[in-house]
Design a protein around this ligand. Structure first.
Ligand code: ADP
Ligand code: MG
Ligand code: ZN
Length: 525
């Protein structure tokens, strides 16, 4: 193998991305593929840590700055510059490892992973190779099946630290791809941002649930990481990305099949679809009597499946060796134990707790989880609302608004405290549910606190007997026929009078109280 063997492999990838022209044999439908084959999965997830500075220098990590303004001799790899490990990044790695039930290695070195890439100024990436910081953990995930929720244990092989590359953009073409571009720009602001890579052991035995297990794992890892506060883990912004390994073997076979690795999958939905479509593709390949080649593939959002990338390098191509510029990472047992005490309540424990505290059934819990609403509902309950009312508002009205605005619930322009206030206004009778929706609308539109919106929009329920009584008297005076019928015992005729009251108060009357007053005044109660 030539010294540059791998460099050329990476180069070839860099200059000829784009879908492969040969898509291979026709895929086999998922259910049919599962009749013959058993899938095995493996997920490699990269998470960008939210540290203030980079992995080996003090450059800022703030997103969105002018290109190449957050760089220094270290992350630009000037000769003679020396990297220094970011303690906060090590801390984040250890905390995640502990949350994943891993053991923490008492000693380990960084390695140089050598390959050429235009957005990587050093021509090697500092990573951990055979001495990762955390090993041998697990994460339990739950998937919904027709027979109810089912739990899977995903074994974690390792959590290791590394650094991100810069970013290339290709200018002059119509697609933004290198193909057809006149030139490329490189932004090194991202080069050297700390990354964690979390690698699972092979996940076998999930059968037809494999796509859902992969998705549930990614979701659980995201929520777990978020609860630790070490990353904003936004898949759509690239601060968490999954490489999805899939192989299939004939049922009962003694060996697993050859895997492919679909790179940089950017949403939970795509993780699920990447597994599913890859099972279908590989079943087609094997069914046609061909072999699955070990390769990286690229998931195409618009197609809902992956296309061929490059054939996979072997680890030896990277010529890993310990980085001589960095001291080993040797976390003391005391430090690790101290970090263990900083772990928050983890998502699984929180789910179990709120399920019990709020008296939820499996479906109600699942709805909350799927809407990613547990935290906002809990914060609303902390502000004094009942969990039932809080769930109702967040899962209906507010979820609808979040979907409209394409944001997460927690990013809506309303706080749990404001939601709790709206709920309080309803339960004390100041607002009807209908008026409450208008108040929510006002708060979201930036019209201020709930009470301000009620005041400014004049939304109070008219329920004090004075104002309401006047409206009732007027309705009776204006419709003597209906009033006579009610007096004569036809209580149903009160509906017309209630309607008149509601109209006169522009819908703000408490209809129940209006009805009571009408019946009272007409001697029919
Ligand atoms: P590489 O360094 O080449 O990416 P790894 O050992 O890191 O290889 O494995 C990548 C991922 O693939 C891991 O999550 C591993 O569990 C998974 N994996 C290994 N063998 C298989 C297989 N036969 N089918 C599916 N996934 C596999
Ligand atoms: Mg790997
Ligand atoms: Zn720097």
């Amino acid at each position: 193998m030539s010294l540059y063997g791998n460099g050329f492999a990476a180069m070839a990838h860099a200059v000829t991305p784009g879908p492969a022209t040969n898509d291979g044999p026709t895929p086999v439908a998922f259910e049919q593929a599962l009749d013959t084959y058993e899938p095995v999965l493996g997920l490699e997830t990269h998470i960008e840590l939210g540290t203030a500075s980079k992995m080996f220098c003090s450059c800022s990590t703030v997103f969105g700055a002018e290109p190449n303004t957050q760089v220094c001799p270290v992350c630009l790899a000037f000769p003679g510059s020396l990297p220094v490990v970011n303690e906060k990044a090590v801390e984040g790695a250890i905390r995640l490892g502990l949350a994943l039930n891993c053991s923490v290695a008492p000693w380990g070195r960084f390695a140089r992973k050598n390959y050429f890439y235009p957005d990587m100024p050093k021509n090697y990436q500092i990573s951990q190779y055979d001495e990762p910081i955390c090993v041998d953990g697990h994460l339990d995930v739950t998937v919904d099946t027709p027979d109810g929720p089912r739990e899977f244990r995903v074994e974690i092989e390792r959590v290791h630290m590394e650094e991100d590359t810069g970013k290339s953009s290709h200018v002059g073409g119509s697609t933004g791809r290198i193909h057809g571009a006149s030139h490329s720009n490189v932004d090194y602001n991202r080069a050297g941002i700390p990354l964690l890579e979390i690698v699972t052991k092979p996940i076998a035995g999930a059968g037809e649930l494999a796509p859902l297990v992969a998705r549930a794992y990614a979701a659980e890892l995201r929520d777990l990481t978020r609860s630790l506060g070490i990353s904003d883990v936004r898949m759509e912004e690239g601060s968490m990305r999954c490489d999805v390994n899939v192989s299939i073997n004939e049922r009962g076979a003694s060996e697993w099949g050859t895997r492919s690795e679909t790179k940089n999958v950017n949403s939970l939905r795509s993780v699920e679809r990447a597994v599913r479509s890859e099972i279908e593709r590989q079943a087609g390949v094997l069914g046609a009597g061909e072999r699955v080649v070990q390769e990286t593939r690229h998931f195409q959002e618009n197609l809902g499946r992956s296309t061929s990338g490059r054939s996979k390098e072997e680890a030896q191509d990277y010529r890993y060796f310990p980085d001589p510029d960095l001291v080993p990472v040797a976390p003391s047992a005391e430090w690790v134990e101290q970090l263990r005490t900083t772990l928050p309540e983890l998502p699984a424990a929180k789910r179990a707790r709120v399920k019990a505290e709020w008296g939820l059934n499996d479906t109600e819990l699942r709805d909350l989880v799927n809407a990613d609403a547990i935290d906002v509902v809990e914060a609303t309950v902390t502000q004094g609302a009942s969990s039932k009312e809080a769930r109702k508002l967040w899962l209906n009205e507010l979820s609808r608004r979040a979907t409209e605005q394409e944001v997460e619930l927690s990013s809506l322009n309303i706080t749990p405290a404001q939601v709790a206030r709206v709920i309080a206004l309803v339960s004390e009778g100041t607002l009807t549910n209908k008026l409450a929706r208008q108040v929510v609308e006002g708060v979201l539109a930036g019209e201020g606190e709930p009470d301000d919106v009620v005041e400014a929009r004049g939304l109070k329920v008219v329920s004090d007997d004075g104002a309401l009584g006047a409206a009732v008297d007027e309705a009776i005076a204006n419709d003597p026929d209906a009033a006579d019928k009610v007096r004569g015992g036809k209580v149903a005729a009160a509906g017309a009078l209630v309607g008149a009251v509601m109209k006169a108060t522009r819908g703000q009357a408490d209809a129940g109280r209006a009805r009571e007053l009408i019946l009272e005044k007409l001697g029919a109660s």
